[in-house]
Design a protein around this ligand. Structure first.
Ligand code: MG
Length: 395
Protein backbone atom coordinates (compact mmCIF):
# COMPACT_ATOMS: atom_id res chain seq x y z
CA UNK A 1 0.00 0.00 0.00
CA UNK A 2 1.43 3.39 -0.99
CA UNK A 3 0.66 6.26 1.31
CA UNK A 4 2.75 8.89 -0.37
CA UNK A 5 2.67 8.19 -4.09
CA UNK A 6 1.48 11.11 -6.23
CA UNK A 7 -1.68 9.29 -7.25
CA UNK A 8 -2.53 7.81 -3.83
CA UNK A 9 -5.72 9.20 -2.34
CA UNK A 10 -5.19 10.78 1.07
CA UNK A 11 -5.97 8.56 4.03
CA UNK A 12 -9.01 10.14 5.75
CA UNK A 13 -8.29 10.39 9.43
CA UNK A 14 -10.31 11.04 12.61
CA UNK A 15 -8.75 11.72 16.02
CA UNK A 16 -10.83 10.97 19.12
CA UNK A 17 -9.09 12.85 21.94
CA UNK A 18 -7.18 15.30 19.71
CA UNK A 19 -6.09 17.77 22.43
CA UNK A 20 -4.58 15.10 24.70
CA UNK A 21 -0.98 13.96 24.60
CA UNK A 22 -1.46 11.17 22.00
CA UNK A 23 -3.86 13.28 19.91
CA UNK A 24 -1.43 16.19 19.69
CA UNK A 25 1.44 13.85 18.74
CA UNK A 26 -0.73 12.27 16.02
CA UNK A 27 -1.47 15.65 14.45
CA UNK A 28 2.18 16.73 14.73
CA UNK A 29 3.19 13.55 12.87
CA UNK A 30 0.81 14.03 9.95
CA UNK A 31 2.57 17.35 9.36
CA UNK A 32 5.80 15.34 8.93
CA UNK A 33 4.18 12.93 6.48
CA UNK A 34 4.26 13.42 2.72
CA UNK A 35 1.99 16.28 1.60
CA UNK A 36 -1.46 14.99 0.76
CA UNK A 37 -0.92 11.67 2.57
CA UNK A 38 -3.63 12.45 5.12
CA UNK A 39 -6.84 14.47 5.21
CA UNK A 40 -8.53 15.19 8.54
CA UNK A 41 -12.19 14.20 8.77
CA UNK A 42 -13.10 14.82 12.43
CA UNK A 43 -11.35 16.01 15.58
CA UNK A 44 -12.93 15.31 18.98
CA UNK A 45 -11.85 16.84 22.28
CA UNK A 46 -13.17 16.90 25.84
CA UNK A 47 -13.57 20.55 26.78
CA UNK A 48 -10.67 22.66 25.42
CA UNK A 49 -12.55 24.53 22.68
CA UNK A 50 -9.68 26.96 21.94
CA UNK A 51 -7.10 24.22 21.35
CA UNK A 52 -9.57 22.15 19.33
CA UNK A 53 -10.50 25.11 17.11
CA UNK A 54 -6.82 25.86 16.46
CA UNK A 55 -6.19 22.22 15.46
CA UNK A 56 -9.29 22.12 13.22
CA UNK A 57 -8.17 25.28 11.37
CA UNK A 58 -4.57 24.18 11.01
CA UNK A 59 -5.47 20.74 9.65
CA UNK A 60 -8.55 21.75 7.65
CA UNK A 61 -10.82 19.32 9.52
CA UNK A 62 -14.35 18.87 8.23
CA UNK A 63 -15.83 18.50 11.72
CA UNK A 64 -14.80 19.55 15.24
CA UNK A 65 -16.66 18.09 18.23
CA UNK A 66 -16.32 19.00 21.89
CA UNK A 67 -17.72 16.54 24.44
CA UNK A 68 -18.59 19.25 27.00
CA UNK A 69 -21.79 20.98 25.75
CA UNK A 70 -20.85 24.12 27.73
CA UNK A 71 -17.85 24.61 25.43
CA UNK A 72 -19.86 24.55 22.18
CA UNK A 73 -20.44 28.32 22.03
CA UNK A 74 -16.70 29.04 22.25
CA UNK A 75 -15.93 26.39 19.59
CA UNK A 76 -18.60 27.75 17.20
CA UNK A 77 -17.33 31.33 17.63
CA UNK A 78 -13.71 30.31 17.11
CA UNK A 79 -14.56 28.48 13.86
CA UNK A 80 -17.11 30.96 12.49
CA UNK A 81 -16.66 31.56 8.77
CA UNK A 82 -14.30 28.59 8.24
CA UNK A 83 -16.92 26.18 6.94
CA UNK A 84 -15.82 23.64 9.57
CA UNK A 85 -18.85 21.93 11.11
CA UNK A 86 -19.09 21.93 14.89
CA UNK A 87 -21.06 19.82 17.37
CA UNK A 88 -21.08 19.08 21.11
CA UNK A 89 -22.17 16.46 23.63
CA UNK A 90 -21.74 12.74 24.18
CA UNK A 91 -23.94 11.71 21.22
CA UNK A 92 -22.06 14.04 18.87
CA UNK A 93 -18.78 12.35 19.95
CA UNK A 94 -20.20 8.95 18.99
CA UNK A 95 -21.59 10.33 15.69
CA UNK A 96 -18.17 11.79 14.84
CA UNK A 97 -16.54 8.39 15.46
CA UNK A 98 -19.11 6.73 13.18
CA UNK A 99 -18.46 9.07 10.21
CA UNK A 100 -16.62 7.39 7.34
CA UNK A 101 -12.83 7.50 7.76
CA UNK A 102 -9.95 5.22 6.74
CA UNK A 103 -7.98 5.60 9.95
CA UNK A 104 -9.07 6.55 13.47
CA UNK A 105 -7.02 7.31 16.54
CA UNK A 106 -8.93 6.24 19.68
CA UNK A 107 -7.18 8.28 22.37
CA UNK A 108 -9.92 9.40 24.76
CA UNK A 109 -8.71 8.52 28.25
CA UNK A 110 -10.65 6.16 30.48
CA UNK A 111 -14.00 4.42 30.22
CA UNK A 112 -15.32 7.69 28.68
CA UNK A 113 -13.77 6.58 25.39
CA UNK A 114 -15.67 3.29 25.19
CA UNK A 115 -18.76 4.28 23.14
CA UNK A 116 -16.84 6.28 20.56
CA UNK A 117 -14.19 3.55 20.20
CA UNK A 118 -16.95 1.01 19.55
CA UNK A 119 -18.66 3.31 17.03
CA UNK A 120 -15.40 3.66 15.09
CA UNK A 121 -14.85 -0.11 15.17
CA UNK A 122 -18.39 -0.82 13.94
CA UNK A 123 -17.82 1.55 11.02
CA UNK A 124 -14.65 -0.35 10.02
CA UNK A 125 -11.26 0.77 8.68
CA UNK A 126 -8.10 0.99 10.76
CA UNK A 127 -8.43 1.79 14.45
CA UNK A 128 -5.22 2.91 16.13
CA UNK A 129 -5.83 2.01 19.72
CA UNK A 130 -4.54 4.19 22.55
CA UNK A 131 -7.58 3.85 24.84
CA UNK A 132 -6.51 0.81 26.86
CA UNK A 133 -9.47 1.18 29.22
CA UNK A 134 -11.89 0.20 26.41
CA UNK A 135 -10.16 -3.16 26.00
CA UNK A 136 -9.86 -3.64 29.76
CA UNK A 137 -13.57 -3.00 30.38
CA UNK A 138 -15.06 -4.47 27.24
CA UNK A 139 -12.40 -6.57 25.53
CA UNK A 140 -14.84 -9.21 24.28
CA UNK A 141 -17.31 -6.61 22.99
CA UNK A 142 -14.58 -4.55 21.30
CA UNK A 143 -13.03 -7.57 19.55
CA UNK A 144 -16.45 -8.87 18.43
CA UNK A 145 -17.24 -5.46 16.90
CA UNK A 146 -13.91 -5.50 15.03
CA UNK A 147 -14.61 -9.02 13.71
CA UNK A 148 -18.11 -8.03 12.49
CA UNK A 149 -16.95 -4.97 10.56
CA UNK A 150 -13.56 -6.31 9.50
CA UNK A 151 -11.86 -3.35 11.20
CA UNK A 152 -8.13 -3.60 11.88
CA UNK A 153 -6.98 -2.87 15.44
CA UNK A 154 -3.46 -1.46 15.67
CA UNK A 155 -2.05 -1.12 19.20
CA UNK A 156 -0.49 2.27 19.91
CA UNK A 157 0.42 1.65 23.54
CA UNK A 158 4.22 1.47 23.23
CA UNK A 159 4.55 -2.02 24.76
CA UNK A 160 1.77 -3.51 22.65
CA UNK A 161 2.98 -1.78 19.54
CA UNK A 162 6.43 -3.27 20.23
CA UNK A 163 4.99 -6.76 20.63
CA UNK A 164 2.84 -6.32 17.52
CA UNK A 165 6.04 -5.50 15.60
CA UNK A 166 7.95 -8.51 17.03
CA UNK A 167 5.13 -11.05 16.95
CA UNK A 168 5.07 -13.75 14.29
CA UNK A 169 1.63 -15.31 14.43
CA UNK A 170 1.97 -17.85 11.65
CA UNK A 171 2.06 -20.48 14.40
CA UNK A 172 0.85 -19.03 17.74
CA UNK A 173 1.81 -22.27 19.51
CA UNK A 174 5.48 -21.41 18.87
CA UNK A 175 5.16 -18.20 20.88
CA UNK A 176 6.42 -19.16 24.33
CA UNK A 177 5.81 -15.89 26.10
CA UNK A 178 5.45 -12.18 25.63
CA UNK A 179 7.05 -9.65 27.95
CA UNK A 180 5.80 -6.14 28.66
CA UNK A 181 8.45 -3.81 30.04
CA UNK A 182 7.75 -1.20 32.72
CA UNK A 183 9.95 1.77 33.59
CA UNK A 184 8.95 1.34 37.24
CA UNK A 185 7.89 4.99 37.35
CA UNK A 186 8.95 7.68 39.85
CA UNK A 187 8.46 5.38 42.89
CA UNK A 188 10.57 2.49 41.59
CA UNK A 189 13.28 2.80 44.25
CA UNK A 190 11.09 3.98 47.16
CA UNK A 191 10.16 1.92 50.22
CA UNK A 192 6.56 1.72 51.44
CA UNK A 193 7.15 4.52 53.96
CA UNK A 194 8.33 6.91 51.26
CA UNK A 195 5.50 5.83 48.98
CA UNK A 196 2.94 6.68 51.68
CA UNK A 197 4.07 10.33 51.50
CA UNK A 198 4.01 10.60 47.69
CA UNK A 199 2.19 13.74 46.47
CA UNK A 200 0.62 14.33 43.03
CA UNK A 201 3.67 16.46 42.11
CA UNK A 202 6.07 13.58 42.81
CA UNK A 203 3.87 10.97 41.14
CA UNK A 204 3.42 13.12 38.02
CA UNK A 205 7.18 13.52 37.58
CA UNK A 206 7.79 10.47 35.42
CA UNK A 207 11.50 9.70 34.93
CA UNK A 208 11.35 8.86 31.20
CA UNK A 209 7.92 9.21 29.57
CA UNK A 210 5.99 12.45 29.10
CA UNK A 211 2.30 11.54 29.35
CA UNK A 212 -1.09 12.76 30.55
CA UNK A 213 -1.94 12.96 34.28
CA UNK A 214 -4.06 9.82 34.60
CA UNK A 215 -1.55 7.50 32.94
CA UNK A 216 1.35 9.10 34.85
CA UNK A 217 -0.29 8.24 38.17
CA UNK A 218 -1.10 4.74 36.86
CA UNK A 219 2.55 4.42 35.97
CA UNK A 220 3.62 5.43 39.49
CA UNK A 221 1.34 2.76 41.07
CA UNK A 222 2.12 0.30 38.23
CA UNK A 223 -1.63 -0.04 37.62
CA UNK A 224 -0.74 1.10 34.11
CA UNK A 225 1.18 -2.16 33.61
CA UNK A 226 -1.73 -4.07 35.14
CA UNK A 227 -4.16 -2.51 32.64
CA UNK A 228 -1.63 -3.26 29.88
CA UNK A 229 -1.48 -6.90 30.97
CA UNK A 230 -5.25 -7.16 30.47
CA UNK A 231 -4.97 -5.25 27.19
CA UNK A 232 -2.29 -7.69 25.97
CA UNK A 233 -4.39 -10.71 26.91
CA UNK A 234 -7.16 -9.41 24.62
CA UNK A 235 -4.93 -8.27 21.75
CA UNK A 236 -2.63 -11.26 21.43
CA UNK A 237 -3.52 -14.98 21.25
CA UNK A 238 -1.30 -15.81 24.22
CA UNK A 239 -2.77 -17.02 27.53
CA UNK A 240 -2.40 -14.86 30.63
CA UNK A 241 0.16 -17.11 32.31
CA UNK A 242 2.50 -16.59 29.35
CA UNK A 243 2.39 -12.78 29.58
CA UNK A 244 5.08 -11.39 31.86
CA UNK A 245 6.14 -7.99 33.13
CA UNK A 246 9.76 -6.91 33.61
CA UNK A 247 10.91 -3.63 35.14
CA UNK A 248 13.34 -1.93 32.78
CA UNK A 249 14.26 1.56 34.02
CA UNK A 250 15.88 2.77 30.76
CA UNK A 251 12.65 2.20 28.77
CA UNK A 252 14.64 1.41 25.64
CA UNK A 253 13.19 -2.09 25.10
CA UNK A 254 9.40 -1.71 24.91
CA UNK A 255 8.33 -5.31 24.47
CA UNK A 256 9.74 -8.79 23.80
CA UNK A 257 8.46 -12.00 22.27
CA UNK A 258 10.10 -15.33 23.11
CA UNK A 259 9.74 -18.25 20.68
CA UNK A 260 9.94 -22.03 21.07
CA UNK A 261 13.49 -22.16 19.68
CA UNK A 262 14.74 -19.81 22.42
CA UNK A 263 14.88 -16.73 20.19
CA UNK A 264 13.71 -13.47 21.72
CA UNK A 265 12.65 -10.66 19.38
CA UNK A 266 12.31 -7.18 20.83
CA UNK A 267 11.46 -3.69 19.63
CA UNK A 268 13.64 -0.84 20.89
CA UNK A 269 13.38 2.91 20.55
CA UNK A 270 13.54 6.16 22.46
CA UNK A 271 10.73 6.47 25.01
CA UNK A 272 8.62 8.70 22.79
CA UNK A 273 5.03 7.95 21.81
CA UNK A 274 5.61 9.44 18.36
CA UNK A 275 7.36 6.22 17.25
CA UNK A 276 4.44 3.82 17.93
CA UNK A 277 1.94 6.41 16.65
CA UNK A 278 3.97 6.79 13.43
CA UNK A 279 4.05 3.01 13.07
CA UNK A 280 0.27 2.90 13.31
CA UNK A 281 -0.18 5.90 10.99
CA UNK A 282 1.87 4.39 8.17
CA UNK A 283 1.14 0.68 8.72
CA UNK A 284 1.77 -1.56 6.82
CA UNK A 285 4.41 0.86 5.48
CA UNK A 286 6.77 2.98 7.57
CA UNK A 287 7.06 6.74 7.51
CA UNK A 288 10.17 8.86 8.07
CA UNK A 289 10.00 10.60 11.43
CA UNK A 290 12.43 13.27 12.59
CA UNK A 291 13.08 12.16 16.17
CA UNK A 292 16.29 11.66 18.18
CA UNK A 293 17.45 8.05 17.68
CA UNK A 294 18.14 5.62 20.49
CA UNK A 295 21.89 5.73 21.16
CA UNK A 296 22.75 2.38 22.73
CA UNK A 297 26.43 3.20 23.15
CA UNK A 298 25.53 6.39 25.05
CA UNK A 299 23.02 4.45 27.14
CA UNK A 300 25.71 1.89 27.95
CA UNK A 301 23.53 -0.62 29.81
CA UNK A 302 20.05 -2.09 29.88
CA UNK A 303 18.75 -3.26 33.28
CA UNK A 304 15.87 -5.68 33.88
CA UNK A 305 14.33 -6.84 37.16
CA UNK A 306 11.10 -8.48 38.29
CA UNK A 307 8.41 -6.13 39.66
CA UNK A 308 8.00 -6.03 43.46
CA UNK A 309 4.51 -7.35 44.26
CA UNK A 310 4.58 -5.94 47.81
CA UNK A 311 5.30 -2.33 46.94
CA UNK A 312 3.22 -2.47 43.74
CA UNK A 313 0.07 -4.48 44.56
CA UNK A 314 -1.79 -2.97 41.57
CA UNK A 315 -0.10 -5.40 39.21
CA UNK A 316 -1.31 -8.39 41.26
CA UNK A 317 -4.82 -6.93 41.47
CA UNK A 318 -4.95 -6.57 37.69
CA UNK A 319 -3.77 -10.15 37.13
CA UNK A 320 -6.35 -11.40 39.62
CA UNK A 321 -9.07 -9.41 37.83
CA UNK A 322 -7.97 -10.81 34.47
CA UNK A 323 -8.11 -14.38 35.85
CA UNK A 324 -11.51 -13.77 37.48
CA UNK A 325 -12.82 -12.45 34.16
CA UNK A 326 -16.44 -11.30 33.61
CA UNK A 327 -16.90 -7.87 35.21
CA UNK A 328 -13.81 -7.91 37.46
CA UNK A 329 -11.66 -5.80 35.08
CA UNK A 330 -14.53 -3.26 34.83
CA UNK A 331 -14.52 -2.93 38.63
CA UNK A 332 -10.72 -2.70 38.71
CA UNK A 333 -10.67 0.07 36.10
CA UNK A 334 -13.59 2.10 37.51
CA UNK A 335 -12.30 2.00 41.09
CA UNK A 336 -8.85 2.96 39.85
CA UNK A 337 -10.15 5.92 37.82
CA UNK A 338 -12.04 7.23 40.84
CA UNK A 339 -9.11 6.72 43.22
CA UNK A 340 -6.62 8.37 40.85
CA UNK A 341 -8.90 11.42 40.43
CA UNK A 342 -9.24 11.74 44.23
CA UNK A 343 -5.47 11.37 44.68
CA UNK A 344 -4.84 14.12 42.11
CA UNK A 345 -7.34 16.22 44.07
CA UNK A 346 -5.36 15.51 47.30
CA UNK A 347 -8.33 13.72 48.85
CA UNK A 348 -6.70 10.27 48.92
CA UNK A 349 -3.22 9.00 49.80
CA UNK A 350 -0.97 7.39 47.20
CA UNK A 351 -1.01 3.91 48.76
CA UNK A 352 -4.79 4.16 49.19
CA UNK A 353 -5.27 4.05 45.40
CA UNK A 354 -4.55 0.31 45.20
CA UNK A 355 -6.24 -0.28 48.56
CA UNK A 356 -9.52 1.21 47.24
CA UNK A 357 -9.26 -0.92 44.08
CA UNK A 358 -8.72 -4.06 46.17
CA UNK A 359 -11.66 -3.23 48.44
CA UNK A 360 -13.93 -2.61 45.43
CA UNK A 361 -12.89 -5.95 43.88
CA UNK A 362 -13.53 -7.76 47.18
CA UNK A 363 -16.99 -6.23 47.45
CA UNK A 364 -18.20 -6.44 43.83
CA UNK A 365 -16.29 -9.51 42.59
CA UNK A 366 -16.72 -10.57 38.98
CA UNK A 367 -20.41 -10.16 38.07
CA UNK A 368 -21.50 -11.33 34.59
CA UNK A 369 -21.46 -8.68 31.81
CA UNK A 370 -23.50 -9.60 28.74
CA UNK A 371 -23.17 -6.39 26.75
CA UNK A 372 -22.25 -2.74 26.76
CA UNK A 373 -25.20 -1.76 28.99
CA UNK A 374 -24.03 -4.23 31.66
CA UNK A 375 -20.49 -2.86 31.41
CA UNK A 376 -21.67 0.73 31.81
CA UNK A 377 -23.99 -0.14 34.72
CA UNK A 378 -21.22 -2.02 36.53
CA UNK A 379 -18.78 0.81 35.81
CA UNK A 380 -21.20 3.29 37.44
CA UNK A 381 -21.79 1.01 40.46
CA UNK A 382 -18.07 0.46 40.97
CA UNK A 383 -17.46 4.23 40.80
CA UNK A 384 -20.07 4.85 43.50
CA UNK A 385 -18.57 2.16 45.78
CA UNK A 386 -15.00 3.34 45.21
CA UNK A 387 -15.94 6.95 46.00
CA UNK A 388 -17.64 5.79 49.22
CA UNK A 389 -14.61 3.68 50.22
CA UNK A 390 -12.20 6.52 49.44
CA UNK A 391 -14.22 9.01 51.50
CA UNK A 392 -14.12 6.61 54.47
CA UNK A 393 -10.34 6.23 54.16
CA UNK A 394 -9.80 9.96 53.90
CA UNK A 395 -11.94 10.61 57.02
MG1 MG B 1 2.29 1.71 27.74
Amino acid sequence: MALSGPSAAPRRLTVLGSTGSVGRSTLALIEQAAPGAFAVEALVAGSDAAALAAQARRHGARLAVVADPAAHGALRDALAGTGIETAAGAEAVVDAAARPADWTMAAIVGAAGLRSTLAALERGGILAFANKESLVCAGGIVLAAARRSGATLLPVDSEHNAIFQALDLRDPAKVEKIVLTASGGPCRAMDRGEMRAVTPEIALRHPVWKMGAKISIDSATMMNKGLELIEAAHLFPVPEERIEVLVHPQSAVHGLVQYADGSILAQLGTPDMRTPIAHALAWPDRMAVALPRLDLAALGRLDFMPPDPVRFPALRLARDALRAGAGAPVVLNAANEVAVALFLDRRLGFLDIAAVVEEALDLLGAPPVRGLDDVLALDAAARREAARMATRRAA
